[in-house]
Design a protein around this ligand. Structure first.
Ligand code: NAD
Ligand code: IPM
Ligand code: MN
Length: 342
């Protein structure tokens, strides 16, 4: 049975890179349906995430393939919060799965580049991402703003459990918690307490705690120590761009957003990259690797692995866009990768 995929290309380089990955999914016999949600629709019609979108997606699709949002004409990213954060929270996609893997030795920026291969489990439905809070004296020099950062026991527990389950199922020996319990009065200790409680059920896996600021340093000093990391929403956002920087940059960083047993949303970690949009320069590899995560999620292990191998092959042969030092266009890299797989 062919899988049904909702495709949301979005803004900027989103459509450029998603076009390449979507051609792969199409040739694997998936049925793709496109949605034009993004800056243009928001500006023209005032619609970000259409009213029935969540139900419609859950009812009709197995997965969502998503590009990127972000447009200089909408500086506060109102549409992005409504669409992307709306999908993550509205569909309760509490796992944000972000692998950090050195696919080829030439991509590393550190003096010793061996053994970077870990995954970040970023909590995806809580923290300061909910748009809760208030502002007083807006627009004046007396302005005071409060953004609420919400963490519930249940919300913290379920993402930590997913991190330990993943470690157990993939033969990893440790899970690191990235936290800030020394500064964040309520949420910090909650994360620590839940982490320690969940860890008791996984005696074979080392549970390690690290302050998030130190973890940022350790990413650069000794990234080979990490296997599985679990952390809150904002920390995970920042840390995964840093992680991407260690292994080739945003052009290669893939992610999955899911809730076990429900629909999943797969997207590059990068944004709409207005600085290179429309120039046929965007690296489509993150979009291909996100398609690979989608394939894996749908149980298509072979094409998922073949896609990752094809990306490695492109890097080995120098079939790369300028961000990786190459001279190929988005389409040339895309065609090469698909030709390796099909
Ligand atoms: P960005 O990820 O769009 O770009 C950061 C830098 O990386 C830029 O120099 C860009 O050219 C480069 N880059 C990113 N992806 C690349 C690719 N595939 N190939 C080659 N180079 C690539 O981040 P930003 O500049 O902070 O944000 C731009 C817009 O995107 C903003 O509106 C932001 O809010 C939005 N954004 C959206 C998402 C998302 O939709 N998931 C993620 C991050 C940022
Ligand atoms: C990401 C992005 C988003 C986030 C933005 C666009 C809201 O940076 O997916 O990493 O912060 O989650
Ligand atoms: Mn980000």
């Amino acid at each position: 049975m062919s899988h049904k995929i909702a495709v949301i290309p979005g803004d900027g380089i989103g459509p450029e890179v998603i076009t390449e990955g979507a051609k792969l999914l199409e040739s694997l016999d998936f049925k793709l349906t496109y949605f034009d949600w993004g800056a243009e629709k928001f500006l023209q019609e005032g619609i970000g995430l259409p009213q029935d979108a969540l139900e419609m997606l859950e009812k009709n699709f197995d997965a969502i393939y998503f590009g990127a949002l972000g447009d200089p004409r909408i500086p506060d990213m109102a549409h992005g919060r409504e669409i992307l954060l709306g999908l993550r929270t509205g569909l309760d996609l509490y796992v944000n799965f972000r692998p950090i893997m050195l696919l080829h030795p030439t991509l590393g920026v550190l003096s010793k580049n061996q053994g970077i291969d870990f995954v970040v489990f970023r909590e995806n439905t809580q923290d300061c991402y909910l748009g809760r809070g208030e502002t007083k004296h807006a627009g004046t020099q007396k302005e005071v703003t409060i953004d609420e950062s919400m963490h519930s026991y249940a919300g913290v527990e379920r993402i930590i459990k997913q991190a330990f389950e993943h470690a157990q199922n993939t033969g990893r020996k440790s899970v690191h918690l990235g936290h800030k319990a020394n500064a964040i009065k309520f949420g910090g200790p909650l994360w620590l307490r839940v982490f320690r409680e969940v860890a008791k059920s996984y005696p074979d896996i080392q549970a390690k705690e690290q302050h998030i600021d130190l973890m940022a340093l350790e990413f650069v000093r000794a990234p080979e120590q990490f296997e599985v990391i679990v952390t809150s929403n904002l920390f995970g956002d920042i840390l995964t761009d840093l992680g991407a920087g260690l292994v080739g940059g945003l052009g290669l960083a893939a992610s999955g957003n899911w809730h076990p047993g429900k629909i999943g949303l797969f997207e590059p970690v990068h944004g709409s990259a207005p600085d290179i949009a429309g120039q046929n320069k965007a690296n489509p590899m993150a979009a291909f690797l996100s398609a690979a995560l989608l394939l894996d999620f749908l149980g298509q292990k072979e094409p998922a692995q073949a896609t990752q191998n094809a990306v490695k092959q492109a890097i080995t042969q120098g079939i790369c866009t300028p961000d990786l030092g190459g001279q190929k266009t988005t389409q040339e890299v895309g065609s090469f990768i698909r030709n390796q797989i099909l």
